[in-house]
Write a protein that binds this ligand. Sequence first.
Ligand code: HAM
Length: 424
Amino acid sequence: MPAFQTVRGMRDLIGEEAQAFTTIISKARETAVLYGYKEVITPHVEPLELLSAKSGEEIRQRMFIFKDLGDRQVALRPEFTASIARLATTSLKNEPKPLRLFSVGTVYRYDEPQRGRYREFWQSNFELMGSAKPEADAEIVLLTNNLMKSLGLHSYAFKIGHIGVIRGILSQDGVDEKTQNAVLQRMDKKEYDEALKLVESEKCRGMLRGLLEIRGNDWLDSVEQIQTYVADYEKAKAAAENLAEVLKLVTESADITIVVEPAFARGLEYYTGMIFEIYIPGLDIALGGGGRYDKLIEAFGGEPTPAVGCAHGIDRVAIALQTQKTALAAKAEKKVAVLPITEAMKSEALRIAQGLRAAGLTVEFEVMGRKMAKALEDADKRKVDFAVIVGERELKEGSVVLKDLVKREQSTIPIDKLVEKIKS
Ligand code: HAM
């Protein structure tokens, strides 16, 4: 049989890489606790209908879809939001609002694999349901900022827009919702000429072209430009005002770099308000993204419930940490190898190993039955700090030999002083 490989676009994470993921996940979970988000774990497989209903063409075309043995059309989740919205219409329907829910895990999209783009990838996901207020939008941006900061990332910027600006222009000029969705899909891919071709009215095309020109590093100036530009479009104007309110709250409460892009669209179709993505310099892939979606829960048969949320791409955050050479706070724990000199010493050595672990030390027990010299050589290679050598002679006096593999020293230590000595 040939050696098996992973399925295209899916990866094994080994050693340090797995460790980096675990650290990012812990930080995301800490952020969830700090902001009062309750963790929920939902299935990887969901009804196809749920996942495709409001996600948009882009996601629909990239789902892993199959029939289960009971002939049900199901799919691997391409994101968390649909599952969380399902929860809000079922088990959590009667929970008091706001609902703050956090999830972390793998999601699946049949994207073209490249650096930072995989078919199985990890997200940490936050949803805040029940509030239409700008402070809810601000919270999602602020917690994302908190997460990035706590990981030691710097110089990142939030690209922010409002889907209501483009939709407001299109709907006032009579463009139906289906066409609006098609226009937004193309704008998300930066295929602006293709997007404009879908719009019949020359006036409306002109408005969109003008919107593309507005962008800048001074968020207040950009938002004021948008407000003036869309003054004759009632809904678009209201959207720009809402964006201004959100950004005022964000910038007055934290030191955050904001780039306003009114013509910015996102691949998912359910957004109704503020949308954002986060980037670091030199890496052209979003580390996370999200926005407001006020109609999704209703579309799934729930009570009308405004909501806002975001997801962070853990695979990409790991790349960002490498790019910025950010050292994750590695746990500086001492590693110990416990090595019995003879077969007869195995049980005693195991008991000592258990005692060290109970005291919180990381212990690798010699399971290969190697001679002492070989076992020590191996411990050295694995960057073990101490070897505890369990021999008959020392044991008779309640002691073992402790070898400091870093300092290259050794001494005989009573077993009951071992933890103290290693920890010092
Ligand atoms: P999204 O922008 O589709 O939003 O994905 C969020 C993040 O997942 C992206 O910013 C990126 O970091 C990561 N990501 C996306 N595709 C890939 C891929 N193929 N490989 C690696 N990482 C990837 C959502 O999923 C929304 N559910 C976010 C949301 C929650 N909006 C409201 N609530």
